[in-house]
Design a protein around this ligand. Structure first.
Ligand code: DC
Length: 225
């Protein structure tokens, strides 16, 4: 057994998981593992191969060819697809939707869960995703289910896109978020759900700092036990 610590943060799209997980990892000196980025890198591969979101058999057949690896530079996770750093290519709506659709594939999940578990064996991690507390790290020291009202999540996304100068519509963003939640919560394998032993945090009316402090408090509590 290793002495590594694992903090699992699950929740729906746009709840602030990555911002919070990155901050907690930085404060605790742990590695931040963004598992959504791995599903996005796989999705990018499928898109580039011209595979459609509903072609589950083709998705499964090419999974053995996809090479997703993770490295860290100054604490920042870099996702490699083959020999290519794809960090700058995976944050689009198109890739997000394909990631949500293709993450229902058992072949995709098996491959990425293995990679995630290997990372947690080597290092203390703050890992965020949809199935971390329920499947990837069932023995995590701290489990958090981070959520927020869909309107609040849509507004955060809207502000982010506006800041980048992109034209967007709040209602369309909220509908996309609700559709993605539905897809992630209703797939057959490892659907998004709160682990029985996870602490529920609703960030609708909390600041980033308040959420981070709450999680760090849970880590301190876990260490004392
Ligand atoms: O967190 P994100 O938006 O980057 O994730 C993209 C998609 O990847 C998400 O809609 C569902 C899938 N995903 C998953 O199935 N399991 C994870 N642990 C992380 C992401």
């Amino acid at each position: 057994m290793s002495n590594n610590i694992a903090i699992a943060i699950d929740g729906p799209a746009g709840a602030g998981k990555s911002t919070i997980a990155r901050l907690v990892a930085e404060r605790k000196g742990y590695i931040y593992v963004d598992t959504g980025a791995m599903y996005r890198a796989m999705a990018l591969y499928f898109i580039e191969q011209g595979i459609g979101a509903d072609e589950q058999e083709r998705i499964a057949s090419v999974v053995p060819d996809v090479e997703v690896t993770i490295t860290y530079e100054d604490g920042e996770q870099i996702v490699w697809l083959g020999g290519r750093n794809v960090n700058g290519l995976i944050r689009t709506e198109e890739v997000g939707k394909m990631a949500s659709a293709s993450s229902g594939s058992i072949a995709v999940r098996r491959k990425l869960v293995e990679l995630q578990q290997a990372l947690a064996r080597k290092e203390s991690v703050v890992m965020d995703g949809r199935d971390i507390g329920t499947c990837v790290l069932p023995d995590a020291d701290v489990k958090v289910y981070l959520t927020a009202d869909s309107r609040v999540r849509a507004r955060r996304r809207y502000e982010e896109l506006k800041k980048k100068g992109q034209d967007c519509d709040l209602d369309v963003i909220e509908k996309d978020i609700i559709d993605r939640d539905y897809q992630d919560m209703h797939r057959e394998i490892s659907p998004l759900r709160q682990a029985e032993d996870a602490v529920l945090l609703d960030s609708s009316h909390m600041t980033i700092e308040e959420v981070a402090q709450a999680i760090i408090g849970l880590c301190d509590e876990a260490r004392r036990e």
